[in-house]
Design a protein around this ligand. Structure first.
Ligand SMILES: [Zn+2]
Length: 201
């Protein structure tokens, strides 16, 4: 038997599968994960792809020539948005009213802020896509990740918030519950008092 769970890819004792619930959403999430993120013990993007059958995750840095992604982007039945803060970023209300006639895909950049910016910069196929932002008053529960500011969100939290805002009639809270279980497990693995200063991304 492998040390790792074949489902979630985590070590068997850190397996998160029992906390994962299958969820349905109209909005599809496409996670672009910086390759440096795949080595981190937390890897919260995985909660999204395990819970949401219509989500997917691609790993890399420059996605300009990524054929699967480009095929998705060229599908006219969808409108694509990148979840990224910016002056011109749309609010979720604007996304809803701009997308009445089409399905919505939201692209999440999974990496530190610096890496996410690098990915966006290099991936020229993303440059024409409109940005969407989350409300600025959201607070994350990423207690064991060194964050540039208090309101930095883990990828799973960002995914949870954008889905909940775009589809307010659905309950996506199992995503956060799985995330909380993951954090509890990580904290239990650390000696007392260490976790505040420890980079465990
Ligand atoms: Zn598992």
């Amino acid at each position: 038997m492998s040390r790792y769970c074949s489902q979630c890819g985590k070590s068997r004792k850190a397996c998160i599968c029992e906390w994962i619930q299958s969820l349905t959403s109209n909005v599809e999430l496409v996670i672009l994960q910086h390759h440096s993120e795949t080595q981190r013990p937390m890897g919260t993007a995985r909660i999204l792809t395990l819970s949401l059958a219509n989500s997917c995750c691609f790993v890399g840095e420059d996605f300009s020539q990524h054929s699967q992604l480009n095929r998705m982007l060229s599908n006219d039945n969808y409108r694509h948005f990148i979840l990224y803060p910016g002056e011109e970023a749309l609010t979720h209300q604007q996304v809803i009213s701009a997308s009445q006639d089409k399905k919505v895909r939201v692209i999440l950049l999974d990496g530190t802020w610096k890496k996410a910016y690098k990915m966006w910069q290099l991936s020229t196929n993303l440059h024409t896509l409109p940005l969407v932002r989350l409300p600025s008053d959201l607070r994350g529960n990423y207690r064991i990740r060194k964050a540039p500011s208090d309101n930095s969100l883990a990828t799973v939290e960002a995914g949870y918030h954008i889905l909940s805002l775009l589809e307010p009639n659905r309950d996506f809270s199992p995503l956060l519950e799985a995330f909380n279980q993951m954090i509890e497990f990580q904290i239990k693995q650390m000696p007392p008092g260490v976790f505040e200063n420890n980079y465990q991304g």
